[in-house]
Design a protein around this ligand. Structure first.
Ligand code: AMP
Length: 594
């Protein structure tokens, strides 16, 4: 069968239990994705499923949610086993289980993959867990040494089976399958269905229901399509640059996956000066209509929406649809981009995609019968030129349209009282006017805009990164990203204080700090323990959870902060070192230009 039913069902209608439903609503999932709506009912009744689905379709929840319903939490024995091709996917899937099971008491999941210490894994297995997620090699090791017992196994999931085949694990997978109880239920997911995978399914599954993501084809001739390959955490920076750089942009709909994300992103855009609002299924019909009317009338220019909430929006001034989160399938994509290019106008659809989701890009090209081009972002200096000419135009408009008599007088007094030249005063006023959006991007404060290299810096190029970064790595420091930045009003001192107090680090273990608009980079020891990381993830500074994570993809600025020739060196002044060294060590904090 294909996932062709367009009517969105609800998670409750799929028969999921209250604790799982509470977690889903908290995460902000509005409706099941097509693969979830198709798989969950079969898996809930104990049937086998053979699913053709790739990353981005929501396949993890499609098998994890029904699996959770099969678990007996009073027993700490493995009841669900998920096989993944890579360690990254194992961790990701284990995290997804943990998230969906946050209201199931006594629930435990353990990821098992090569490269992690056996001692740690053996300890976790001795403590017991109902769900095991792992890579084939390491799972075999545990089965052979008897540290993993599968007598109580109820569900086995093969995730990304074609990847496991490609990586040469398929014999290991079959070996593991043959060491599980024959009564188990089996779900197999694969982005493609080569014959080898099909025959694995035939040998190890019982009458599986085949589920395939439908790929509707449709021509979208009035819509120009581009994509942006997302690396690291550059999504928001790239989005804001697109919003500023796209000349023909009048109004935009930005699609995200969860209602939580609609609010978060709309707030972030508002904080950056855009007239934006969220549109999601939690809002009453009246409120939703108000937002759409505001978009129609031009009171707002940007709506950040989920698929369900945006269904049927018909606003001719929408020139751009931005797929901030990738759609679940090509059908959803075609629906989304149908919100632009209306009334015979042309529209522009932009798709943000990660390397793992590239298959979806190809599927969309196929479905829309169009090649999707890589988006070209203007360079930093082009952006600066754009800002300068916009600024000049604004000045000319004001000269033409506003009554300036009173202001002429004030400026005249300023000139006479201080023996100044008129154009010096004008320059000072221009400086004041551009503070929020600096005209000189090269020596602008911090990162109002990322440079092209900051945005694009591919991982392979890390060797070319500034020496300082390499030194930091050699000196056992590496950059970590924390989700608090200048717009939250944070100072480096607060960051040092929080990290030192909550993470138990000494000041000497904290390297450079660089503040960006809505996040910061901080150099910390590269071998921070998982416990410290977990604590720091939860730590809040300026009301923001730090959500710390190692980040090698956003280059630390090469220049040291704030020592512009002639800059004030007052303590606390821009460019001066922090006033007092941190107690218990000597922090090397350079304050960014503020
Ligand atoms: P996956 O295809 O399983 O890798 O999922 C891709 C992303 O979609 C993950 O970030 C999920 O959290 C998200 N996701 C999965 N199901 C839903 C849903 N029903 N509503 C919103 N987001 C979802």
């Amino acid at each position: 069968m294909t996932t062709s039913d367009p009517t969105p069902t609800t998670f409750a209608a799929l028969g999921l239990s209250a604790p799982v439903l509470t977690a889903l609503s908290e995460i902000g999932y509005e409706t099941p994705s097509p693969i979830q709506a198709a798989c969950i009912p079969h898996l809930m009744t104990g049937g086998d499923v053979l699913g053709e689905a790739q990353t981005g379709t929501g396949k993890t929840a499609a098998f994890a949610l029904p699996a959770l319903e099969r678990i007996d939490v009073t027993r700490r024995t493995p009841q669900i086993l998920v096989l993944t091709p890579t360690r990254e996917l194992a961790i990701q899937v284990a995290e997804a289980f943990q998230t969906y099971a946050r209201y199931l008491r006594d629930f435990h999941v353990v990821p098992l993959y090569g490269g992690q210490s056996m001692v740690v894994q053996l300890r976790q297995l001795t403590r017991g867990a109902q769900v095991i997620v792992g890579t084939p090699g390491r799972l075999m090791d545990h089965l052979k040494r008897g540290s993993l017992k599968l007598d109580d196994l109820k569900v086995m999931v093969l995730d990304e089976a074609d990847e496991m085949l490609r990586m040469g694990f398929i014999e290991d997978v079959e070996w593991i399958l043959s060491h599980t109880p024959s009564t188990r239920q089996t779900a197999l997911f694969s982005a493609t269905m080569p014959s080898v995978i099909r025959s694995v399914a035939q040998r190890h599954q019982r009458n599986p229901v085949e589920i395939k993501i439908k790929s509707a084809t449709s021509t979208v001739s009035t819509t120009r399509q581009s994509y942006w390959m997302v690396r690291g955490h550059d999504k928001l920076d790239v989005l804001t640059r697109i919003l500023e750089a796209e000349d023909e942009l009048d109004a935009a709909i930005i699609f995200v996956r969860t209602k939580v994300a609609t609010d978060e992103l709309a707030n972030k855009l508002e904080a950056r000066g855009h007239a934006a609002a969220a549109l999601n299924g939690d809002m009453t019909q009246g409120l939703r209509e108000r937002v759409i009317n505001q978009l129609k009338s031009g009171q707002i220019d940007i709506v950040v929406a989920t698929d369900v909430a945006a269904r049927g929006i018909d606003v001719p001034r929408v020139t751009h649809v931005i797929n901030y989160d990738v759609p679940y399938d090509t059908e959803a994509y075609v629906h989304r981009i149908g919100r632009t290019g209306r009334a015979g106008r042309t529209g522009h659809a932009i798709l943000f995609i990660t390397a793992r989701e590239q298959r979806m890009l190809r599927a969309i090209e196929h479905a829309t019968r169009q090649k999707i081009a890589l988006l070209t972002l203007p360079t930093r200096s082009e952006m600066a030129d754009r800002r300068v000419s916009k600024f000049k135009q604004e000045v000319l408009d004001i000269l033409e349209q506003e009554e300036l008599h009173f202001f002429m007088e004030v400026v005249g007094q300023l000139r006479d009282e201080n023996e100044l030249k008129a154009h010096s005063i004008a320059a000072a006023l221009a400086f004041m006017a551009q503070r929020d959006k600096p005209l000189q991007l090269d020596n602008a404060k911090g990162s109002d805009l990322p440079t092209t290299s900051e945005v694009r810096a591919p991982r392979e190029n890390r060797d070319e990164a500034p020496n300082r970064r390499r030194d930091a790595a050699d000196g056992k420091l590496r950059p970590y990203r924390i989700e608090v930045g200048r717009q939250h009003g944070v100072t480096p001192k607060e960051i040092v204080g929080a990290i030192a107090n909550e993470g138990g680090l000494s000041g000497g273990q904290i390297g450079q700090i660089h503040l960006f608009d809505d996040f910061s980079l901080v150099e910390l020891p590269s071998d921070l323990s998982n416990e410290t990381l977990a604590t720091l993830k939860r730590t809040r500074v300026c009301q923001q959870a730090l959500q710390i994570q190692a980040d090698d993809s956003t280059p630390m600025p090469a220049k040291r902060f704030g020592t512009k020739p002639g800059a004030s060196k007052r303590p606390g002044a821009p460019g001066a070192p922090a006033k007092k060294p941190f107690k218990g060590g000597k922090p090397f904090i350079k304050r960014p230009k503020v």
